[in-house]
Design a protein. Sequence first.
Length: 114
Amino acid sequence: MENIENTEIESDKIIDIRTDLKQQLEDLNKYGKVYDDLIEDYLQMIKTKDALKQDVKDKGLRYKVKTGNGFMQVKPNESIEKFIKVNNQMLKILETLGLKAPPESDQGDDDGLC
């Protein structure tokens, strides 16, 4: 059975960022599978970051859940903390590669969570 995620069509944003990062590496005369793998990790983190942003938009900063004993409880959205961790890791990958973050092609979307 085929994994749905593997058949996902890549967005123009991901394609543009991959192209830009590879061009930056070529300009620095950096070639090899290790660099390609780090770029793919970075691109996967973009997808994760986008999903976390969407979760915060959907649920908000805090959300209500029903506890095991039937009471409602307000919890902080864990996606906020995960978003920060993913973003920091993305910056570390760029630093390791000696690159800068490419401008995102989606002009209306900022890195804000709300």
